[in-house]
Structure formats: C-alpha cells, structure tokens
Write a protein that binds this ligand. Structure first.
Ligand code: MRU
Length: 386
C-alpha cells in the first residue's frame, strides 16, 4: 500500500479524498472532500494535519468546489468568491504558515487571471486549479530534496565515533501523512535509510494527540525502517546512553512556522527536545520547505500558538483491547485524568533559533553565520516573497 494522506484526481470532475488520521493506525478510511467547507472541517478536526498537508487539502478542497460549480461569466464575481473562500480556509488552524502562504499565492494568481484580457469565471477557475494542483506535485519533490540535503548534512556532521551509520530522534509526524508524500524530517530518515546509513530511528509518542505513536510509528513500520517508540519523557535518558551502538547523531523535527530569525514553531515538546540536545551536544535540525518559512514574522514571539480542547489531554480514544487482542469493531474513549483538574493544551511551542543547528530546506541546509544569525532571506533569492 502507498501511504497517501491526500488522494486527488484531476477533473472534470475532480475528486479529493483525505485519509482520516483520527482513525489511524488501526483503520484506514478515506473521507471525500467536496468543498472548501469540507476541507475546513477536516483540518479543524485534525482528520488531516501537518503543515504542508493542511495547505494542500485547503487549496484542493476549493479547487474541487470550483470544478463542480456553475461559475458566472463575470470574472470579478468569481474573484470575490475565491478570495472569500481562501480567507475562510485560513481560519481553520492558525499556527502553520503554509496554509496562509498558499492562500496568499493563490489570491495573487486569481488576481492576475482576473486582470487578463477576456477573463471569465472559467478562466479564473482554470488558473486557480492549475496552481493548486502544482502545490501537490511540488511538495513531494521538495520533500525528496529536503531528505537528500538533510541526510548528507547529518552524515557529514556526525561525531567521528558514530561509525558509518547514524541514529536519530524525531518528534510528531512529518512524513507522508503530514505532506503530499515522503515527508520532511521523516523524509530525512527515509533518505538515510535508503542509503543504508540509518542505524536506528526513535520516534516520540508526541502527547497529547500521539502523532508519533499513531502516525510516525505507522509510517516507520510500513517502510520497515528500524525504529523504536519512546514516550516524550524518555528522550533525555536516551541521549544519556553513551554506548556507541545506540548513540544519537541528531534530533530532526519538522516545523509549522519558521520566523525570519530562525525561531521555529513546531509540535509541543519540540522546545524540550532542543534543550536536551544542546545539553548533550547533539545536533538539532529543523526540516521544512520554504513554504513554512515566514519572513514577515520577525521572531517566535509573534507566532500565534493554537490552543486545543482540554479533552485531547484527558481522553484517549482507540479500539478496545482486552489485554490479548484488539477488537477493531469497538472504539472506546477512556479518561486518563482526574475530573475537575484544569487543563492547558497548547498544540505547539517555539524553539529559539539559538538552539537550532540547521534548517533543512529543498534548496539546502541553512546554518548560522559566525555571529549565530540565520539568513533565511537568502534562500528566497529570485523568488517572490512579498
Ligand atoms: O498538530 P499537527 O499534527 O498538525 O502538527 C504537526 C507538526 O507539528 C509537524 O511537525 C509540522 O506540521 C510539520 S509536518 C511536515
């Protein structure tokens, strides 16, 4: 089976399906997305998640809606409609910038199409659809490039005692399920494995939503990559292990938004991993496409951190297990906290740039200069980043 978070068939009639990630790892169910409202709900409920996947599902959700609509001949009317739907889609989740970035680019494309001689609703639809379909294709090739650059960097910078192969820790899910395919940080692990340079991958459980134990573990098992699941609180102890067979060369994570100075918002728990990496002298890397880099946001302090409902911390949902086997027909929700306790559930945290050794992008690995400053604007040279 190919791991696909997003299934899209170009039209007309175009079709979009998302793998319901709330049901993974035990049940693989695809949900139809017929409209931007369907896409908004799927993102909000986290049936689809991961910064690049969110952006692509939103963009294609609207493409599918436009594809089946009777659009008026009036280009300005179509332009207003598309822009309103894009504004609405951006409200689904606030932290990952990829969605806002995709919406900004799509708005520009629609504006350009509307200004063209003889523009109609249909010409806007075509321009929009072409651009959103390209996002799906580009994301996979960008991820493969990130994988290559990241693997090369880790191998080049590993401790001499590490030997030929390296072990890494990753957090959350940044793989095929979080993107159009292959993944970012998990793409680096895939690339190390493909070159036979990976000794072992460790994935954190990633409480409270368990993207690590449910999704990353699922992908690692699927690809038969040698891997072990740890709870978030075990990472420091793992780094303390000095035996060369288990020593860790790097922690590599994804990102939801990288500010201009390199401060990085990513899944809650990333910041603690960066601190323990620094303490243990382990390289800490962020893997992200340029669509995740937000030069408008000067530092991490300006990043809005989404807070999710407390029930994601207190309740755990899954198929019934009687101690011996799973019963996939019975899904149970159990409470794992004392009722009445207050809950704080930020979905992301910000890791300061000073704790990050490199930002792996599809155009190379950005490192800090001798003053400890990232120059992320350089990797946009020649590209439109207004
Ligand atoms: O809340 P999620 O599951 O959408 O959070 C996902 C992450 O934090 C990922 O690390 C990030 O989006 C990068 S995915 C390539």
């Amino acid at each position: 089976m190919v791991l696909e978070a997003i299934r899209y068939t170009p039209g007309p009639p175009s079709q979009l399906q998302i793998l319901d990630q709330l049901k993974l790892p035990h049940t693989e169910v695809y949900d139809d997305i017929y409209s931007s409202s369907d896409a908004w709900r799927a993102i909000k409920e986290m049936r689809t998640r991961g910064a690049p996947a969110i952006a692509i599902v939103a963009a294609l959700g609207l493409a599918v809606e436009l594809n089946k609509m009777e659009l008026s001949d009036s280009a300005p009317e179509a332009e207003i409609f598309i822009k309103q739907r894009l504004d609405y889609l951006v409200t689904s989740r606030p932290t990952a910038v990829n969605l806002a970035d995709a919406a900004r680019k799509l708005r520009k494309i629609v504006e350009k199409a509307a200004a063209a001689q003889g523009a109609t609703g249909d010409s806007l639809r075509q321009a929009y659809t072409k651009a959103s379909e390209k996002m799906l294709v580009d994301d996979v090739s960008d991820n493969k490039a990130i994988g290559q650059y990241g693997a090369e960097w880790i191998l080049k910078n590993r401790a001499t005692s590490a030997g030929e192969t390296v072990s890494v820790i990753t957090h959350c899910n940044t793989g095929s399920l979080a993107t159009a395919g292959y993944g970012t940080a998990l793409g680096v692990i895939r690339s190390l494995h493909a070159r036979k340079s990976l000794k072992h991958a460790f994935c954190t459980e990633t409480r409270p939503y368990n993207q690590g134990s449910r999704l990353t573990a699922f992908e690692l098992v699927h690809d038969q990559i040698p891997a072990t699941l740890i709870t978030d609180s075990m990472a420091a102890a793992l780094l303390r292990i000095k035996s060369s067979s288990e020593s860790i060369s790097a922690i590599v994570v994804g990102a939801d938004r990288v500010a201009a100075n390199g401060d990085t918002a990513n899944k809650i728990g990333t910041y603690s991993l960066a601190i323990i990496a620094k303490y243990h002298g382990i390289k800490f890397l962020v893997a992200a496409p340029r669509t995740t880099i937000d030069l408008e946001t000067k530092s991490g302090e300006q990043i809005i951190i989404e807070e999710r409902p407390g029930r994601e911390v207190t309740l755990v949902k899954g198929p019934r297990h009687d101690g011996v086997s799973l019963d996939l027909n019975v899904v149970e929700t159990v409470s794992i906290a004392a009722s009445g306790i207050g809950i704080w559930n930020p979905a992301f945290d910000v890791t300061p740039a000073e704790l990050i050794d490199g930002i792996i992008t599809e155009v190379g690995v950005v490192e800090k200069d001798s003053n400890g400053v990232f120059h992320l604007d350089k990797i946009f040279d020649g590209l439109d980043v207004e």
